[in-house]
Design a protein around this ligand. Structure first.
Ligand SMILES: *[C@@H]1O[C@H](CO)[C@@H](O)[C@H](O)[C@H]1NC(C)=O
Ligand SMILES: *[C@@H]1O[C@H](CO)[C@@H](O)[C@H](O)[C@H]1NC(C)=O
Ligand SMILES: *[C@@H]1O[C@H](CO)[C@@H](O)[C@H](O)[C@H]1NC(C)=O
Ligand SMILES: *[C@@H]1O[C@H](CO)[C@@H](O)[C@H](O)[C@H]1NC(C)=O
Ligand SMILES: *[C@@H]1O[C@H](CO)[C@@H](O)[C@H](O)[C@H]1NC(C)=O
Ligand SMILES: *[C@@H]1O[C@H](CO)[C@@H](O)[C@H](O)[C@H]1NC(C)=O
Ligand SMILES: *[C@@H]1O[C@H](CO)[C@@H](O)[C@H](O)[C@H]1NC(C)=O
Ligand SMILES: *[C@@H]1O[C@H](CO)[C@@H](O)[C@H](O)[C@H]1NC(C)=O
Ligand SMILES: *[C@@H]1O[C@H](CO)[C@@H](O)[C@H](O)[C@H]1NC(C)=O
Ligand SMILES: *[C@@H]1O[C@H](CO)[C@@H](O)[C@H](O)[C@H]1NC(C)=O
Ligand SMILES: *[C@@H]1O[C@H](CO)[C@@H](O)[C@H](O)[C@H]1NC(C)=O
Ligand SMILES: *[C@@H]1O[C@H](CO)[C@@H](O)[C@H](O)[C@H]1NC(C)=O
Ligand SMILES: [Cu+2]
Length: 612
């Protein structure tokens, strides 16, 4: 066989094997009782809930026609963890790589899965929508029937974990981002769910090794996960195969995935508890009625009794993912060419609303999707200024080693996700506890640190309270990529940066030009498709750009300004107007504000005048 015949044969062979998976989805609303205690509106797919799984093999093409069936909200879809090489416009975040899809419009997400295998998910990237149910699993087989998976197993099964609210995001966001919530306390979920239900039964066969794919598709709280009297051997995290590591408990932040091997017992006389537990340190308040754990059932024998809940001695003994080793043993990349340092904090702006900041900037969407600014800016595309001064946009050169140093000045844990990449977690510091008088600990770049030889790689990782981590990755994927906290509440508060990676590489790639469908949805939603962050053709004129509110002026404390703004508002507008703006929807709103701020009620407002 000569070379050209061989090549033709190989090409044909590939064409035959690579499948196209087409989905035609319309969003909508329907009423469902997900947790068995309360019926509420959820986001449906073609009128149904939950959303379907996607299962493809590496190399396949996915085509999703997504029609916005809402009457009053935009939407978009993101395939979480997929690299989207050369296909940045299919990544999903609105005003980053595409325009929002307006009601009635259809956008075709058309991409091949070239470089990813393993456990992923898709979800709306429009604020709050995935918490309302717009999400599903996306499993990528490594070869036909997953034949290239590096470990042996008999059966495969997936389990999706999440928290669940009884109110919709539409109801929760206005009271969360309000004067009535000056500490930025996140809404408390009502339940833990599993596979979009509770009390799940997993029927298992004895003497069988299962590949169990676990996904936390929640929008807020991390979960501990364990199965009574069964070990789990981790073999994949976020699409990266690992050396085996056996544990009896996992800690899974929102957006993370773990694949584990579980070998069942050869005795079918007894059933076992599958346990989920909230990381309650992430909850500002723990209401008495909130059940912090949920029990499901690993069932060997349906006529044997259901198990009781299973306890663990300590929640501290979960597998620390820092120590996992990628199966491919990728060595720690060399010294960085470029380092981005981010200081995270939460604070109030002048309106009294609590926001999240990186380096004092709360992400404020540009007027033009950043990818379209890249494509229209010519040689100016490598100047971060044109992307706006309120978007935290960093420009990365092609094929460099990048360090992302994150200093968490906040007392909460945050799970961070980078689009378009997996990164090496080269450093993660321990938690620092303000209750023990410890100050937030920033990463000291001049100190010498020892990094693992084969750092763990994944796409979502948590930072400890008042602590820091260092992520290292290669800028080998030209595109505009979000890096953000995956707690949806913190996204709403602006905890995001944007990486413009190899802008000239984006410009010169024919497949990276915005397609007609992409241009059409912009036109429909009234967004221009060229210009700088302000929509100006003079790229160095940012007049008219979107910016955050002012900081609280010196001399005032956050508490003081909140109290002042609150009493002014109440005084000027009166109670009826506040109610009109939906600000009074929270029961005992004033008491709550006073309590959150630990100040007397009378410091906020003369209650006898305004609130009787
Ligand atoms: C998708 O479904 C809608 C409604 O059933 C139909 O009108 C449309 O033609 C379908 N589109 C494709 C590409 O199949
Ligand atoms: C789960 O079990 C509890 C207690 O028996 C019950 O109240 C609830 O409705 C069940 N939930 C579902 C979704 O089956
Ligand atoms: C949809 O997006 C456009 C463009 O950003 C915006 O002007 C409009 O307010 C959005 N619509 C809704 C309902 O949020
Ligand atoms: C999806 O993209 C591929 C590659 O650009 C193209 O060949 C194919 O026609 C597209 N699919 C549809 C339905 O437009
Ligand atoms: C969880 O749901 C998926 C469908 O999304 C299903 O394939 C799987 O079997 C379910 N897991 C269990 C343990 O029932
Ligand atoms: C789990 O693994 C540990 C350590 O390898 C072992 O001591 C223990 O017996 C195992 N437990 C079960 C239920 O297999
Ligand atoms: C499990 O396998 C062992 C050894 O291979 C065998 O002795 C036992 O009977 C099997 N148990 C069941 C329940 O099939
Ligand atoms: C589960 O939560 C309940 C109530 O919140 C508590 O009484 C029980 O001890 C918890 N069980 C476990 C295993 O943590
Ligand atoms: C497994 O994880 C533990 C930390 O939980 C770590 O100490 C150990 O080195 C890891 N082993 C392997 C082989 O990854
Ligand atoms: C943020 O603002 C504070 C207070 O004004 C200042 O001390 C700090 O240097 C600023 N941080 C950055 C990264 O600009
Ligand atoms: C960048 O790196 C990729 C992957 O290592 C390589 O294929 C590509 O040729 C490199 N590009 C340049 C301009 O060095
Ligand atoms: C950082 O480390 C260097 C070298 O050990 C030390 O001199 C310096 O004081 C440290 N800086 C801080 C802020 O701790
Ligand atoms: Cu966060």
């Amino acid at each position: 066989m000569n070379l050209s015949i061989l090549l033709t044969f190989t090409l044909l062979y590939n064409v035959v094997l690579a499948k196209i998976h087409t989905f035609n989805w319309t969003t909508g609303w329907g009423n469902y009782d997900v947790d068995g205690t309360f019926e509420r509106p959820v986001i449906t797919c073609n009128g149904e809930f939950p959303w379907p799984d996607i299962r493809v093999a590496k190399g396949d093409r996915i085509e999703i026609y997504l029609t916005n069936g809402f009457t009053d909200a935009n939407t978009t879809l993101h395939a979480h963890g997929l690299f989207m090489k050369g296909m940045n416009q299919m990544d999903g975040p609105p005003m980053v790589s595409q325009c929002p899809i307006a009601p009635g419009d259809t956008f075709l997400y058309n991409f091949t899965v070239d470089d990813n295998v393993g456990t992923y998910w898709y979800h709306s990237h429009t604020l709050g929508q995935y918490g309302d149910g717009f999400k599903g699993k996306l499993i990528i087989e490594d070869g036909e029937n997953n034949e290239n998976f590096p470990y042996e197993y008999d059966e495969e099964v997936s389990i999706e974990l999440s928290e669940w609210y009884h109110k919709t995001s539409e109801e929760l966001i206005p009271s969360f981002m309000s004067l009535f919530n000056p500490t930025g306390a996140e809404p408390i979920p009502q339940n833990l769910i599993i596979n979009n239900t509770k009390n799940l039964t997993w029927d298992v066969k004895p003497n069988t090794t299962y590949l169990l794919r676990l996904l936390n598709t929640g929008g807020f709280v991390s979960q501990y996960f364990w199965i009574e009297d069964h070990n789990m051997t981790v073999v994949e995290v976020d699409g990266v195969y690992t050396e085996k590591n056996t544990t009896d408990m996992l800690y899974i932040t929102v957006a993370q995935r773990y694949s584990v091997l579980i070998t069942t017992k050869d005795d079918t006389s007894k059933n076992y508890a599958i346990m989920q537990k909230f990381d309650d340190t992430m909850l500002d308040k723990i209401p008495k009625e909130l059940e912090l754990n949920a029990t499901s059932f690993m069932t060997y024998n349906s006529s044997a009794p259901k198990p009781e809940e299973s306890y663990v001695d300590s929640l501290d003994d979960y597998l620390d993912d820092f120590y996992l080793i990628p199966y491919d043993k990728v060595e720690v990349y060399g010294e960085p060419d470029y380092t981005i340092t981010l200081d995270l904090k939460m604070d109030n702006l002048i309106s009294g609303v609590n926001y999240a900041f990186f380096n004092n900037i709360t992400y404020t969407s540009p007027k033009i999707p950043t990818l379209m600014t890249v494509l229209s800016a010519g040689t100016d595309a490598n100047n971060p200024y044109i992307y706006g001064t309120n978007t935290n946009t960093f420009v990365l050169n092609r094929n460099e080693t990048i360090d992302l140093v994150l200093n968490n000045l906040d007392s909460g844990k945050h799970p961070f996700h980078l689009h378009g990449h997996v990164f090496q977690l080269v450093w993660r510091d321990r938690p620092y506890d303000s209750d023990l008088g410890e100050e937030p600990h920033a990463y000291n770049e001049t100190e010498s640190h020892t990094f693992p030889q084969y750092p763990m790689m994944r796409d979502t990782v948590y930072v400890n309270p008042q602590s820091n981590f260092v992520l290292r990755f290669k800028s080998d994927n030209p595109g505009v990529w979000y890096f953000h906290c995956h707690i949806e509440w913190h996204m709403v508060q602006g905890l995001t940066i944007v990486l413009v990676e190899d802008p000239y590489g984006i410009q010169s790639d024919p497949t990276q030009q915005i397609n007609q469908n992409g241009l059409d949805i912009c036109k429909s939603v009234g967004v221009m498709t060229s210009g700088n962050a302000a929509g100006n053709d003079d790229f160095f004129n940012l007049k008219g750009q979107n910016v955050q509110e002012n900081f609280i002026p010196g001399g005032f404390t956050a508490k003081g300004i909140v109290a002042l703004t609150f009493s002014c508002l109440a005084g000027i507008l009166g109670l009826a107007t506040l109610a009109f703006y939906g600000l009074m929807d929270i029961p005992d709103a004033v008491e709550k504000v006073a309590d959150d701020l630990s100040i007397p009620l009378t410091d906020i407002v003369d209650t006898s005048t305004h609130f009787t």
